[in-house]
Design a protein around this ligand. Sequence first.
Ligand SMILES: Nc1ncnc2c1ncn2[C@@H]1O[C@H](COP(=O)(O)OP(=O)(O)OP(=O)(O)O)[C@@H](O)[C@H]1O
Ligand SMILES: [Mg+2]
Length: 358
Amino acid sequence: MTRIRLTNIQKSYGSHAALKGINLDIDSGSFFTLLGPSGCGKTTLLRAIAGFNLQDAGEIALAGQSIGHLGADKRQVGMVFQDYAVFPHLNVFDNVAFGLVQQKVATPDIRTRVRAILDMVQLGELADRMPHQLSGGQQQRVGLARALVIRPKVLLMDEPLSNLDAKLRIDLRRDIRRLQQQLGITTIYVTHDQEEALSISDKVCVMFDGVVQQVGSPWAIYRQPANRFVAGFVGSNNFLPLRPESGHPALLLGQPIELPASVQGQRGAMAAVRPEKWQVNRVPGQPGLHVQGVLRQAMFTGRELQLFLEVAGHGMLEALTAADDATVAIQTGDRVSLSAAVADIQYFAEGDTGARLS
Ligand SMILES: Nc1ncnc2c1ncn2[C@@H]1O[C@H](COP(=O)(O)OP(=O)(O)OP(=O)(O)O)[C@@H](O)[C@H]1O
Ligand SMILES: [Mg+2]
């Protein structure tokens, strides 16, 4: 069982603090994803765990054992990189066998282990192919097989799917998840794709600017974002200012609204409504927020309709609704009513980290 514990990990490059004291507890056998925008420190943290670059301060423990003093080759971690990193002059079999040859595993054992792992990643038929004869997705399966064949305690993956096209990305992410569950291997996965993070993970850690913003299940991160940054980065959101700034009762889009105690009287507090929470052109059945807008743009995505509406005194709001005969018939320039239930309005105080972004 390989639980991972990170305690106060810090790392600076010159005067730039890339990791500002990271504390994380990662359950044994879980799929844990680091999610955040470019430059937030994801790769730096993963490389510190792998032992490729050392942190300036802090402790890394696998299964209760500190590994901070061990070199990368002694940590028993497997790593998969964004740019496949396969050896171009070795065929698929030899690429995967490479780590075992280095470990001086007996030849018959190498054959058995490589064959088994190639079958697992669905490359059993392609063992003799050279890398240039493989698609991007197949090359990344080689990378995955190579990381897994050494039977690592931990699997680390740094944006392994970002060079693949959209359809392949979705296929391969299902395979990675299936394999991870089958092997029960503790996995830390890095992505800046929020949909990928939500769909593949047991837990998601949202990072920004070298700081952990929130750790939780995908649903908790989406449904109860800890701050304004998370609310805007994971999924889409309509942020709505409260007026007057610190008044109570406050007005939201011109309507009096009962504020939760946490944001009452706070300057710069914001409300937020997710696009899919708006009821479009329906008689409001419950108390909440009701606004009128004018349709400026509609995007039909096949299953849904994405509407951009101009609301007087505010600007644009985004609404996501089921595409049906009634909603598809709405024309640009038509007046549209939007309603959100009280429970679907979220509030964020200005003190939230994300406020720095706005
Ligand atoms: N070797 C380095 N020397 C100097 N600064 C670095 C170095 N590596 C990373 N940084 C800086 O540290 C910060 C974190 O970088 P990191 O690569 O960890 O980000 P990331 O979250 O992986 O981003 P991305 O999504 O673009 O891969 C960035 O500001 C980056 O410019
Ligand atoms: Mg990176």
